[in-house]
Design a protein around this ligand. Structure first.
Ligand SMILES: [Zn+2]
Length: 215
């Protein structure tokens, strides 16, 4: 996943991200604006407001403005609030006017969030909304369109990512079978491919003959 970094200068850490952070969950926002992700981040890191977020996602790209190991001011729950101190914040762009740009931005955000969940070994329960922390109606358009609908989008992206892993695992024998598998390969009884496939009767006959011929 291609992520463009436009990180805030460390000279502004005291304003934008004063605390080290070990993120515990993701907080989803809508920008309530019509600017691109690049512009949202450029504006955020250039002003001196105590407002910040880790990532902005639009219909084309993901832009990072705050390092993941620093906190950001996005959840509206104060200096020691859980959202502000432990949340990895993601802004979905173009929510003011909506339309196809927003639809595509939400899709890319769902993909990105799924990749974060996978990277961190988290489940869908780690995806929170701004509203959970301060009561603000954010992510407003995502909420209008259905929060559960968005969570389902993230879950299906996560399932797809895990599916890719399953295909890879298919080519590796299980740990309990590894020794026998290697032995059968070395003895020339099996060709060493497709460890998880079913065995047909004719394949079994071939293996029996190979075994008998060895004597
Ligand atoms: Zn928000």
């Amino acid at each position: 996943m291609n992520i463009i970094k436009n990180l805030v200068s460390s000279s502004k850490y005291n304003i934008k991200c004063p605390y080290p952070m070990d993120a515990q969950f993701i907080v989803v926002h809508n920008t309530a604006n019509d600017a691109s992700a690049a512009n949202e981040v450029a504006y955020m890191i250039s002003n001196n407001n105590k407002v910040s977020f880790h990532y902005a996602v639009d219909d084309k790209q993901i832009v990072q403005g705050i390092p993941e190991n620093r906190n950001a001011w996005h959840a509206g729950d104060g200096g020691s609030g859980k959202g502000n101190r432990y949340g990895l914040s993601i802004e979905i762009c173009y929510s003011k006017s909506g339309g196809s740009r927003f639809i595509e931005a939400e899709k890319l955000a769902a993909k990105f969030i799924a990749s974060k969940l996978k990277e961190k070994g988290w489940g869908i329960d780690k995806v929170k909304k701004h509203q959970d922390f301060s009561g603000k109606y954010c992510p407003h358009r995502t909420l209008d369109m259905g929060w559960q609908r968005f969570l389902d989008m993230v879950q299906s992206e996560l399932n797809a990512l895990k599916g890719v892993d399953k295909v890879t695992e298919k080519n590796v024998p299980s740990s309990w079978a590894k020794e026998a598998w290697e032995w059968a390969k070395k003895e020339g009884l099996l060709d060493g491919t497709r460890p998880k496939d079913n065995l047909t009767r004719e394949e079994f006959a071939v293996v029996l003959k190979r075994l008998a011929d060895k004597k």
